[in-house]
Design a protein around this ligand. Structure first.
Ligand SMILES: *Cc1c(COP(=O)(O)O)cnc(C)c1O
Ligand SMILES: [Zn+2]
Length: 430
């Protein structure tokens, strides 16, 4: 393992950050905490590594005394220890909703919970990753914020930039849902619709970031991606804390790049390593959900390989439509290591999943949440998921942004003229 750490580089981040370096997920090479996302030696993705002793000093009481948002975990994140430096809408501490009705409907006998992240400021879990990425980006000296987005990231980057008073430029596939375009454009900033898929957008952003004109620009999921990815850990920490400092036996998580899944698993591992929680007897099992229109990670797992064959995404779960998922192999590793599984749901199953969740829990999810609930159902039916073990299913986005998915399927159950007679005739009085 090579190490080219320059101790003085630590000055780039707050002194109290527990982050130590960037480490290659492929070959283990170590780099300073800069704006770098790929290994010079093997081109593998980089990940934030921590000073374990610093993490181990964190106590439950420290966290519980923190703000009622994701920054209560700042001591476990690479940036934002000093509140004055944060670029944030203060997301997090979203509800963990008990779902006995959904459990009964699916034949699950153990407690079932929905971690409902639709309540974040821009109504998806992306506010968590963007808050960490842009806080690190400003620490690193960037003066413009950008991203390649499947929809929710665009909302979040534009809103964070507006709050911070920093210019933004957001890149999206041209065929995004109107509900995601409007909710990005409203914050001002440049919004560039590309005539192509997310994977085309991402490739273009990878080229732009290398140009002199974009030298001042932090692309949250390109050049500052290692910091971005760490924000997803808070979805693991929070579930454990909300369960009374326990890790659930099973979690079901939607996958686009696969990063969120790997980071929830990493969060659970860290909590055990630093002594904040005990691992459940038998460990925890991680399950991943994709749509049938874009299922390269699940397909690779089912084929028994960890080589992902990129696909051309189709289908209504657009927020999950990454055909060439950057963290796919690591998601497969986490699922195999923990004894979980992955599955995929088609558009009709996704629509049914949205309605099932809404009708049994009062949570209206976007298509990604519908995908996850539909896959939960499949996992129970196939016997892959233990119905007698506690399970948390993640809803990562808000149904109001993808209204078209269910618009044709739901509506008034009765149409009645405004008179008692008409109400009686319509059967409203029994
Ligand atoms: C981006 C996104 C995901 C998946 O994120 P990855 O970390 O790329 O796997 C899941 N749900 C929603 C709603 C998203 O916007
Ligand atoms: Zn490497």
């Amino acid at each position: 393992m090579t190490s080219i750490i320059d101790e003085t580089a630590d000055a780039a981040t707050s002194i109290s950050s527990p982050a130590r370096s960037l480490v290659c997920r492929g070959c283990g090479a170590e780099y300073p905490l800069a704006a770098q996302h790929a290994c010079f030696a093997c081109f593998g993705p980089l990940e934030v590594a921590y000073d374990q002793a610093a993490l181990a000093r964190v106590t439950r009481a420290d966290i519980e005394a923190g703000p009622n948002n994701m920054w209560r975990y700042a001591a476990l994140l690479p940036a934002g220890q000093d509140p004055a430096t944060r670029v944030t809408l203060d997301p997090g501490m979203t509800p963990l909703v008990a779902a006995p009705g959904l459990a009964a409907e699916l034949g699950i006998s153990a407690p079932l919970w929905v971690k409902d992240d639709s309540g974040n400021p821009t109504h998806s879990f992306k506010d968590r990753v963007v808050s960490v990425a842009l806080t690190a980006a400003r620490d690193l000296g960037f003066t413009r914020f950008a991203c390649a987005s499947t929809g929710n990231l665009a909302n979040s980057v534009a809103a964070h930039a507006a709050r911070a008073g920093v210019p933004s430029i957001v890149f999206i596939p041209g065929d995004l849902e109107p509900g995601k375009i409007i909710t990005t454009a409203v914050y001002g900033g440049d919004l560039v619709a590309i005539d192509g898929s997310y994977d085309d957008v991402n490739r273009l952003c990878g080229e732009l970031v290398e140009t002199d004109e974009f030298e001042d620009t932090a692309f949250v999921n390109v050049n500052v991606r290692p910091y971005y990815a760490e924000g997803s850990k808070t979805l693991g920490y929070e579930v454990a804390e909300q369960l009374g400092w326990r890790i659930p036996a099973q979690v079901v998580i939607p996958m686009a790049s696969g990063e969120l899944l790997t980071k929830v698993d990493k969060a659970f591992s860290e909590l055990v390593e630093i002594g904040l929680v005990e691992a459940p007897a038998g460990g925890w099992r991680v399950f991943g959900a994709q749509s049938t229109g874009c299922n390269p990670i699940a397909t690779a797992l089912h084929a028994g390989t960890d080589t992902i064959s990129p696909v051309k995404p189709t289908g209504i779960a657009k927020s999950l439509n990454i055909g060439d998922p950057a963290a796919g192999a690591y998601a497969i590793e986490a699922v195999r290591r923990t004894g979980g599984w992955m599955d995929h749901a088609d558009d009709d199953e996704i629509r049914d999943g949205i309605r099932l969740l809404a009708r049994t829990t009062g949570v209206f999810a976007e298509t990604a949440g519908g995908t996850t609930v539909a896959v939960l159902k499949q996992l129970v039916d196939s016997g892959r998921l233990d119905p007698a073990a506690e399970t948390v299913v993640y809803n990562t986005g808000e149904g109001l942004k993808t209204l078209d998915a269910v618009a044709g399927l739901v509506g008034p159950t009765h149409r009645v003229k405004p008179s008692l007679r008409a109400a009686r005739e319509a059967g409203l009085l029994g």
